[in-house]
Design a binder for this molecule. Structure first.
Ligand code: MN
Length: 414
């Protein structure tokens, strides 16, 4: 497969990817877009030119502020439509000959502003990495019994806050909150001293289901449009004081950053791998067949005050103990309905090695082992002015499909 749009071998946005996003174009209108290399392609104008006439698309489905109406069409439309776009962007296609239209719909990535790709009605955060749950259990509770008794039986999760999910580039204000300092006998109020990232991935659901409907592990992937990088910003000192008995609240709900491109499950399918063996055996409604994990390389960088990119973590989505099908099956087994645009995040994705942990909490072991930056400073947690960047990509047999990045600067709370 060769595109007539040139791109570097190491681009996340090869002809094999064809992700979806929403962009502000010419500083005047928004449209659904895809991307090859550093070329962003306006799907609304491509649609108006008649290239998608074989599909029964609602009016203005790409001429929109979000992808919700598009992804809500379901895989019967979105899968062949993505394949059509992929075919149009190959050498020798009808669009290849149509140079006049190309001039109208091709934009340089640096000239567009990427927006939130979806309106997110609901957001849930899981806790599905056994390495992360074990590390946090050791630090917050009991080093001997780090995993709680339910953890290997239930994909543990909590309902997060959808209103504060923002797209890459949106600055994050250090949150204020209530904490209980070590050794103190009364809580204090002020900006968090332990601001952290969480390296996660989220999946976007493509349908509204009825209350009472459970989605089985067998059908779960039919409901998953695609995935994004997801930074679940966390304030560890606020979390430690507030989380018992009902779990995370203000330590988590102030912000989450997502990547602007939704990479479809179909683009990720060549990178399927088996998940870790689940022992003890899970209940029947959580059992599944086939490879449901995905080999996605993940990286976290901290950009220090001199502008150096410091690689602080290298992890992989394939480490997840619970897969997305199990998460969705569990979430709906009681009849809870889902909505198109919902995001379900994985929980922090840590590997076994010290440099594969997905949060500063784990990388510095609660602040005890600071990380050295290239500018000579140290980090226990994230400081004002730091930029945190998540990156993710799949690579096999020279074919690369990636997510670009989810990046945000932390700014002081004045
Ligand atoms: Mn999280």
């Amino acid at each position: 497969m060769t595109s007539f749009i040139p791109y570097n071998q190491d681009s996340d946005f090869s002809i094999h990817n064809i992700p979806f996003g929403v962009a502000l174009l010419d500083e005047s209108f928004t449209a659904a877009v895809t991307r090859i290399g550093d070329t962003v392609i306006d799907l609304a104008t491509l649609c108006d030119a008649g290239y998608f006439d074989e599909f029964e698309l609602p009016d203005n489905v790409f001429d929109a502020f979000t992808l919700n109406h598009f992804i809500d069409l379901g895989k019967a439309i979105t899968v062949p439509l993505r394949e059509k776009i992929q075919q149009l962007l190959q050498e020798g296609s009808e669009l290849h000959q149509d140079t006049e239209l190309q001039e109208e719909i091709f934009y340089d990535y640096d000239d567009v502003i990427m927006l939130m790709p979806v309106h997110v009605p609901n957001y849930t955060d899981f806790y599905s990495s056994i390495e992360h749950a074990t590390n946090v259990g050791k630090m917050f509770r009991d080093p001997e019994n780090a995993l709680l008794p339910n953890w290997k039986h239930i994909p543990v999760g909590y309902h997060g806050r959808a209103s504060s999910i923002v797209v890459s580039g949106y600055p994050i204000t250090r949150p204020n909150g209530q904490t209980m300092p070590e050794g103190a006998d009364a809580p204090v109020f002020g900006p968090t001293k332990r601001l952290d990232f969480e390296l996660e991935m989220g999946f976007v659901v493509n349908s509204n289901t009825d209350m009472g409907k459970a989605i089985s592990t067998r059908e779960a992937e039919e409901y998953i449009f695609g995935m994004v990088l997801f930074n679940d910003w966390s304030a560890r000192d606020i979390q430690k004081w507030e989380y018992v008995p009902l779990g995370p609240f203000l330590a988590k709900n102030f912000a989450s950053t997502i990547s602007p491109w939704i990479v479809t499950l179909e683009a990720l399918s060549p990178y399927r791998v088996a998940g870790p063996k689940q022992d003890p055996e899970v209940l029947p409604y959580l059992q599944y067949t086939g490879d449901r994990n995905f080999d996605i390389n993940l990286e976290v960088y901290i950009v220090d005050q001199e502008g150096n990119e410091n690689l602080v973590s290298e992890s992989n989505f394939k480490y997840m103990y619970w897969n997305m099908s199990q998460q969705l099956a569990h979430h709906t087994v009681n009849g809870c309905n889902v909505e198109a645009g919902d995001i379900y995040a994985s929980g922090t994705i840590s590997g076994e090695k010290d440099n594969s942990f997905g949060s500063m909490l784990e990388l510095t072991w609660g602040g005890k082992k600071p990380l050295k930056m290239k500018d000579g400073t140290e980090r226990k947690f994230i400081e004002d002015g730091d930029v945190v960047i998540l990156k993710g990509f799949c690579e096999k047999d020279g074919v690369r499909v990636g997510f670009g990045e989810a990046s945000a600067m932390v700014i002081a709370n004045e």
